[in-house]
Design a protein around this ligand. Structure first.
Ligand code: KIV
Length: 297
């Protein structure tokens, strides 16, 4: 008798999941790849329903949902909790978990151990890490463990201090050449895609032409194979200075404020709750109840 697993194992794509191998085919067909960040189950579900191909549980969560000034404080435990929530909501899109700062820089072993936690404990399909150079052996080690890795170069927020702040990168010929070399090295190390953040459009276009794997741009122009935006930025939920590459598709912070102010006012005025928001009970049960308890007024 053969025993078959009832549920797909962690290395087995769930039914309906976009196959990873579809991404280079989309690049070859010049079919834009859509990635968006999400940080909870409703976000994962809405991104899925909207047709996103990739959902990134970005360490931008440190700023957008946890209230920090940068992405650096995000912890493994926080990122695991958010990733578990997103993977419960997103079925078809590939869910990419961002390795937080400190979870992969020290050693290949840390990088592999923490990547395995995302796949095994949080059902992520892939992980993302920032940088090239010293991070190339990390990519090789994680891919060697059977976990797909997305690279991220250009403006890498975890090392923004080293880069002189949240600034566009690759704006000199030397720096642009370095970006091309880094992208090629990440591809050679085994990345399945590379995020290019805040780099001049012609440089991103050149990298995109040179790589066989897809590039996903954020502030990198229109020639990349895909685009990514941060949930709070595109929905107008993040109160703060938005980078120039953000397009806001809604102004939900204003909408939420209006709703909350109306709720506060209605509770204070007694307009909420109304009869239709309350539960009744059978008259005889009410009378029995009132007979059994002391009168309060
Ligand atoms: O953390 C994040 O949201 C990201 C995207 C900006 C690519 O890394």
């Amino acid at each position: 008798m053969s025993i078959r697993p009832q549920q797909p194992g962690p290395a087995t794509p769930a039914p309906g999941k976009l196959p990873l191998t579809e991404l280079p085919e989309m690049k070859a067909r010049r079919q834009p790849i859509v990635m968006v960040t999400a940080y909870d189950a409703p976000g994962g579900r809405l991104a899925d329903q909207a047709g996103a191909d990739l959902v990134l549980v970005g360490d931008s969560a440190a700023m957008t949902v946890l209230g920090h000034e940068s992405t650096v404080p995000a912890t493994m435990e926080e990122m695991l909790m958010l990733t578990r929530a997103v993977t419960r909501g997103a079925q078809r899109p590939l869910v990419v978990a961002d390795l937080p700062f400190g979870s992969y820089q020290v050693s290949d072993e840390d990088a592999v151990r923490n990547s395995i936690r995302f796949v095994k404990d949080a059902a992520a399909d892939a992980v993302k890490l920032e940088g090239a150079g010293p991070m190339l052996p990390r990519v090789d080690a994680i891919v060697g463990a059977g976990i797909p890795v997305m690279g991220h170069i250009g403006l890498t927020p975890q090392s923004a201090t080293m880069l002189g702040g949240f600034k566009a990168q690759g704006r000199t010929a030397d720096k642009a050449r370095q970006l091309v070399d880094d992208a090629l090295a990440l591809e050679a190390a085994g990345c399945f895609a590379v995020v290019l953040e805040a780099v001049p459009a012609p440089v991103a276009a050149h990298v995109t032409e040179r790589l066989e794997i897809p590039t996903i741009g954020i502030g990198a122009g229109a020639a990349t194979d895909g685009q990514v935006l941060v949930w709070h930025d595109l929905l107008g939920l993040y109160e703060g200075h938005a980078p120039r590459f953000v397009k806001q598709y809604a102004g939900l912070a204003g909408e939420i404020s209006r709703a909350l102010e109306a709720y506060v006012a209605e509770v204070r005025s007694g307009a909420f709750p109304e009869e239709k928001h309350t539960y009744a009970m059978p008259q005889e049960e009410l009378e029995a109840f009132e007979g059994a308890v002391p009168k309060v007024r």
